[in-house]
Design a protein around this ligand. Structure first.
Ligand code: GLU
Length: 287
């Protein structure tokens, strides 16, 4: 028997949570509780310029209103920067990452940049700089750290993950190109931080929206490179609004704080969401 199930909900405190977040949190909570497992919260606050404390407090209040009890204190990415730095050091020592000095404008100007599953793929401008040039520019210019995807993917070999109730999926990280693992303004990208955190928290099942399925190609690769266990995944359908489009943080009508302030019963809403019943006008769609 494997370890007891542990799921998580990991909001970014950059805005109010909406019905789509509630659906994700409810599914993760229900899966854990249904299996006698644990449910944890992580605050994805690595983006210091966009994260706000008021949104952390609002997210925790929303989850309490939905009746989603959690195990342990919320984990905060801003408390885990040392782990991210250590993992990057490890990859650097193995020659799997390189510093990149390109600006967004440099990358946009590159005619050859094709599009991959997570946006424009990096044209590789800084991949083959000499050690001397790297050292000189690192002293003087802001830089991010990119994964040398060709080397990394070759080292890791064929990778699969288990998608809940669907079986094995093949990870296809190469198509993403040389992704950023540490940003100019933050010691880790979403990919690196999320992968390390899920492992450190002992997450056995990652339950999140289908909009993040392409990220799993990368997360699975990072797990292999860093010797981390691979959780099971479930990428669920996305909640769409009356206009048929998936909800965004700007959709005030679906904000949980708004529903909470309007006196809606959060526990009843959570029970409905757990049974895929959405409020009138909302629907679930697979992208
Ligand atoms: N913090 C991410 C978001 O709000 C979710 C990360 C994840 O579930 O892996 O989109």
């Amino acid at each position: 028997m494997g370890p007891k199930m542990l799921t998580r909900f990991a909001p970014s405190p950059t805005g109010e949570l909406h019905l789509g977040h509630a659906y994700s949190a409810v599914l993760a909570h229900a899966a854990a509780r249904g299996a006698g497992g644990r449910f944890r919260i992580r605050i994805d606050d690595i983006d210091g310029s966009r994260s706000r404390e008021e949104f952390v407090a609002a997210a925790l209040a929303d989850l309490a209103w939905l009746g989603l009890d959690r195990d342990g204190d919320p984990v905060r990415q801003s408390d885990r920067l040392g782990d991210y730095v250590a993992a990057l050091d490890d990859l650097r020592a193995r020659g799997l990452v390189y510093p990149c000095f390109c600006t967004r404008a440099d990358i946009a100007a590159s005619l050859s940049a094709p599009h991959g599953p997570s946006g424009a793929t990096y044209p590789g401008t800084c991949r083959n700089l000499s050690d001397a040039e790297r050292a000189r520019r690192m002293a003087a210019e802001p830089h991010c750290w990119r994964l040398d995807m060709t080397r990394a993917a070759a080292l890791a070999g064929d990778l699969k993950w288990e998608e809940m109730e669907q079986g094995l999926r093949t990870a296809a990280p190469l198509a993403h190109g040389d992704i950023v693992l540490a940003r100019k303004d933050a010691p880790a990208s979403y990919h690196l931080a999320s992968t390390l955190d899920d492992a450190a928290m002992g997450v056995t099942h990652v339950i999140r929206g289908a909009d993040l399925i392409a990220s799993t190609d990368i997360h699975r690769l990072l797990q292999a490179l860093l010797g981390l266990p691979a959780p099971v995944y479930r990428h669920h359908a996305l909640v769409c609004g009356p206009d048929g489009k998936r909800l965004a943080k700007r959709d005030a009508a679906a904000s949980l704080k708004g529903l909470r302030d309007a006196g809606i019963d959060g526990r009843a809403l959570a029970a409905d969401l757990a049974a895929d019943r959405l409020p009138t006008g909302y629907s679930l769609q697979n992208p």
